[in-house]
Design a protein around this ligand. Structure first.
Ligand SMILES: *Cc1c(COP(=O)(O)O)cnc(C)c1O
Length: 369
C-alpha cells in the first residue's frame, strides 16, 4: 500500500471559481495565471478546468510549450517576457505574447529576425518597484517599440503592489492613467485582489484581467475576506491518514524538541504528512486540521513525514481515520479546513502552501462533470 496521503485537484471547483471571477468582471477578458505549475496544482490537471479562460499567462517558456502541446490555441502571455534573445524565436514559433518591462528586452526585439510581428505587453512600474518602466519613461519605451517592425500591437500593463491591502490601488491607477491616457492599446491591470476588491471601478478591470490565486480558491486578502466571502471553492485538498495513536499523561511531551507538553491526559493521532509533503514546518500547535471531517488541532512540531493531532474529543477516530490538512475531506462529510487558515496559522499565505505541495504526494484529479 502506498503511504496514505493524497492531494486532490477539483476541476469542477476551478470552473466555478473562473465563472465567479468572470461574473465579477463580465466585460473583461481573462488571463488565467498558471505560473509555477498552476500554483502547484499541475498545469495538466487544471488545463481542462480553465478551457473557458481567454488566455493563459505564465513565466516559464517550458510551461508555454506544455500548454501548446496540450492543445491550447488561444493567447499565451509570458509575464516576465524574454530572458534572452533566443526566447523570441520560441515566441515566434508558438505565437506567444510577451511582456516588455525593460530596455534590454526592446534591444532583444530589435535584433530578432522574424517575419511575423509579435504582440507585446509593455509594463509600467506603478510603485511595486520590481519590473517595469518608470511612468516618465513609459512613453519613450512605447515609441521605441512602436517603431520596430518586429512588434505588432502594443498592450499596456501594470501590476499593483497593494491591491490586497489598506493602501489600495488609487495612487498606482492615477499614475498609470496619467502616463498612458493618450496611448492606444489594450490594458491589463488587475490581479485577483484588484478584481475582487476594486472591480467595481470599470477602468480597473479594463480589457484583460489576470487572476491567479482566486482561480485556485484561496482568498487574495485573507483574513479581511475568506475564500467563502468571495464565493470561491477550494481546488486543492490535502488528505492523509492517522497511522498511529498515543495516550499522553499530564506532563508528557510530543515530537522533536518536546515542543508541546500535555496539560491533561490526551489521546493523540500521528498523521502521515510532514514538511517533506509541503505541510509548513512553521505551523504551530493549534493549527486547525480535520479528522474524519471534524475540526481539531495540531500538537507540537511538524516533522519531515508526520504531524500530530489532538484526538481527545474524537473518540471514534483512530488508525485509518482521514486527516484533512487543507481543503475538503474525501472520505467523510464536513467542510474541511481552508488553506488560508492553515497559512495564517503558519505565518504565510495560501499561495505559498499550494505552490509548495511536494512532488512525492500522489495527486488525483476530480474531473469536471
Ligand atoms: C502572479 C501574477 C498575477 C496573479 O496574481 P494573483 O494575486 O495570484 O491573482 C497577475 N499578474 C502578474 C504580473 C503576476 O505575476
Amino acid at each position: 500500500m502506498p503511504r496514505p496521503i493524497q492531494a486532490t485537484i477539483d476541476a469542477q471547483a476551478l470552473r466555478h471559481n473562473l465563472a465567479q471571477i468572470k461574473s465579477t468582471a463580465p466585460d473583461a477578458l481573462v488571463w488565467a495565471v498558471v505560473k509555477a505549475n498552476a500554483y502547484g496544482h499541475g498545469i495538466e490537471r487544471v488545463f481542462e478546468g480553465l478551457r473557458a479562460a481567454d488566455g493563459l499567462a505564465m513565466l516559464d517558456l517550458s510551461e508555454a510549450e506544455l500548454v501548446r502541446r496540450l492543445g491550447w490555441r488561444g493567447p499565451i502571455l509570458l509575464l516576465e517576457g524574454a530572458f534572452e534573445t533566443r526566447d523570441l524565436e520560441l515566441c515566434s514559433r508558438l505565437n506567444l505574447w510577451h511582456v516588455v518591462h525593460c530596455e534590454a528586452q526592446i534591444d532583444m526585439l530589435a535584433v530578432h529576425k522574424t517575419h511575423q510581428a509579435q504582440r507585446v505587453f509593455l509594463k509600467m512600474n506603478s510603485g511595486m518597484n520590481r519590473l517595469g518602466f518608470a511612468p516618465a519613461a513609459f512613453r519613450a519605451a512605447w515609441t521605441r517599440l512602436n517603431a520596430l517592425p518586429q512588434v505588432d500591437e502594443i498592450s499596456l500593463m501594470t501590476h499593483f503592489s497593494d491591491a490586497d491591502g489598506d493602501k489600495g490601488i488609487a495612487q498606482a491607477m492615477s499614475l498609470f492613467s496619467k502616463y498612458t491616457q493618450d496611448l492606444s492599446g489594450e490594458r491589463s491591470l488587475s490581479n485577483s485582489a484588484a478584481v475582487l476588491r476594486h472591480g467595481k471601478e470599470l477602468n480597473v478591470r479594463a480589457d484583460w484581467i489576470r487572476p491567479g490565486i482566486a482561480l485556485y480558491g484561496s482568498s487574495p486578502d485573507d483574513p479581511l475576506h475568506s475564500a467563502q466571502d468571495w464565493s470561491l471553492k477550494p481546488v486543492m485538498s490535502l488528505n492523509a491518514e492517522v497511522i498511529g495513536v498515543q495516550h499522553l499523561q499530564t506532563g508528557d511531551t510530543v515530537g522533536y524538541g518536546s515542543a508541546f507538553t500535555a496539560d491533561r491526559p490526551l489521546r493523540i493521532g500521528v498523521v502521515a504528512c510532514g514538511y517533506a509533503d509541503g505541510y509548513p514546518r512553521s505551523a504551530p500547535t493549534g493549527t486547525p486540521v480535520c479528522v474524519d471531517g471534524i475540526r481539531t488541532r495540531t500538537l507540537g512540531r511538524v516533522s519531515m513525514d508526520m504531524i500530530t493531532v489532538d484526538l481527545t474529543e474524537l473518540p471514534d477516530a483512530g488508525i485509518g481515520s482521514e486527516a484533512t490538512l487543507w481543503g475538503r475531506p474525501q472520505k467523510s462529510s464536513g467542510v474541511g479546513v481552508s488553506i488560508d487558515e492553515v497559512a495564517r496559522s503558519a505565518g504565510t499565505v495560501g499561495y505559498e502552501l499550494m505552490c509548495a505541495l511536494s512532488a512525492r504526494v500522489p495527486t488525483q484529479t476530480l474531473s469536471p462533470l
